[in-house]
Design a protein around this ligand. Structure first.
Ligand SMILES: NC(=O)c1ccc[n+]([C@@H]2O[C@H](COP(=O)([O-])OP(=O)(O)OC[C@H]3O[C@@H](n4cnc5c(N)ncnc54)[C@H](O)[C@@H]3O)[C@@H](O)[C@H]2O)c1
Ligand SMILES: [Zn+2]
Length: 368
């Protein structure tokens, strides 16, 4: 088992990583609990695979629990989902000192985290992420939210988990397409500030996606350590450090909005295409070598991820796509900070480029 720490003073917490960890989770969770009782929240897909194993592991440590199974899918991260969950928690007699276990992907993690930030003015939660995206990104850092009709993740709170327990073997049941989407966020850490890790991805990404457990362990450990470091340095995104995690996300956001946040384009798939666009935009503006932008595109293409507007299934004008970006919640004073690149592993934040420049660039990418 590997153990990392997210260093946030009094709110620091451990990240435990190890194959089979779900089956021994009771022993790790027990020391946190003020009474031997917890509540598990999961979705219908994950429940089928892992709820029984998690329950057995808790029972082995004499921890009693009840469980709540929500519908799988992004629609659960909504006011309705939040209402059902918070009312269930209160009906179960939750106390402020209790810990809720979020077992699932980013949808469950974000929803449970937000519910636990408001129930009884705040209780504890433990993340047990079961998608690659959640294991390398969403389970760490305390961003929690639901979606509302006006946009994704617009209602939420910062609320850090008490512990993150990552069992990489859970990825063996994850659909290949979801694994690929999560892999885009792995590649992101290389592109942000770690050229050596990007090179590692070029060599080992295909093996990881084919199920190689050694490559999987390295990618998860390395990515989550990067996330923990960035969160510790800039917990609330008040400097330009945590913002770097949005590499590919402003362009990707436009593509997701254009496809209606549907399964036509998964979040990670949009981020993959978005990271290519960010590098190509950087190259077009003389910031980044064209060869580096091509390397990003070629690697993502080689593992079957979207790497252009066309491969993302988009054939929309640049102005329309840029208009989606104007609604981004990161807009400040009418300007959208963009994460651009000076080369592989050299990302930076700038608000020097207006949406008109982005629109013209995207127009040029149409059909590419
Ligand atoms: N809080 C953050 O910092 C942060 C960061 C990135 C993304 N997010 C959020 O995360 C969400 C996306 O998360 P996601 O990609 O994990 O999606 P998800 O939670 O919807 O999971 C994807 C699908 O895989 C299924 N699944 C999960 N684990 C499985 C397993 N081990 N085996 C089989 N099926 C499994 C789920 O039931 C679901 O159908 C979005 O709402 C996004 O906004 C949050
Ligand atoms: Zn993302």
């Amino acid at each position: 088992m590997e153990k990392l720490t997210v260093e946030l003073g009094a709110r620091s917490y451990p990240i435990l990583i190890g194959d089979g960890l779900i089956r021994e989770i009771g022993a790790h969770v027990a020391p946190l609990l003020k009474r031997p009782r917890t509540m598990i929240v999961t979705d219908s897909h994950v429940a089928d695979h892992y709820l029984a194993a998690l329950g057995t592991a808790l029972a082995m440590e004499n921890i009693s629990f009840s469980s709540f199974v929500l519908d799988a899918g992004e629609a659960t991260k909504s006011w309705a989902g939040l209402a059902r969950l918070t009312e269930w928690l209160i009906g179960e007699g939750i106390e402020r000192r209790d810990h809720v276990i979020a077992l699932g992907g980013g949808v469950i993690g974000d929803l449970v985290g937000f519910a636990c930030s408001i129930v009884k003015r705040g209780c504890h939660f433990i993340q047990v992420p079961t998608t690659l995206l959640a294991q390398v990104d969403s389970s760490v850092g305390g961003k929690t939210a639901i979606n509302v009709p006006a946009g994704k993740n617009l209602i939420g709170a910062f609320h850090q988990p008490a512990m993150v327990v990552i069992d990489p073997t859970t990825l063996e049941t994850l659909p290949r397409r979801e694994l690929g989407a999560g892999y885009a966020e792995v590649v992101k850490y290389g592109l942000i500030d770690d050229a050596d890790f990007f090179a590692w991805c070029e060599t080992n990404g295909a093996a990881l996606l084919a199920g190689d457990s050694t490559a999987r362990a390295h990618a998860i450990g390395h990515s989550v350590a990067a996330k923990a470091r960035i969160v510790a340095a800039d917990e609330r995104e008040t400097q330009d450090i945590r913002a770097l995690l949005n590499l590919g996300h402003s362009f990707g956001h436009a593509l997701e909005a254009e496809t209606g946040y549907s399964d036509r384009l998964l979040h990670g798939e949009a981020v993959a295409a978005g990271m290519v666009l960010a590098h190509q935009f950087s190259a077009a503006n003389g910031l980044c070598p064209a060869a580096d932008a091509a390397r990003v595109r070629d690697h993502l293409a080689s593992v079957g991820l979207p790497h252009s507007l066309t491969s993302a299934g988009i054939n929309t004008g640049g102005a329309e796509l840029a208009a989606h970006m104007a609604h981004d919640k990161k807009v400040r004073g009418g300007k959208l900070p963009l994460i651009l690149s000076r080369g592989i592993g050299q990302s930076f934040v700038t608000d020097e480029y207006g949406l008109d420049a982005v629109a013209a660039f995207l127009d040029g990418q149409r059909g590419a």
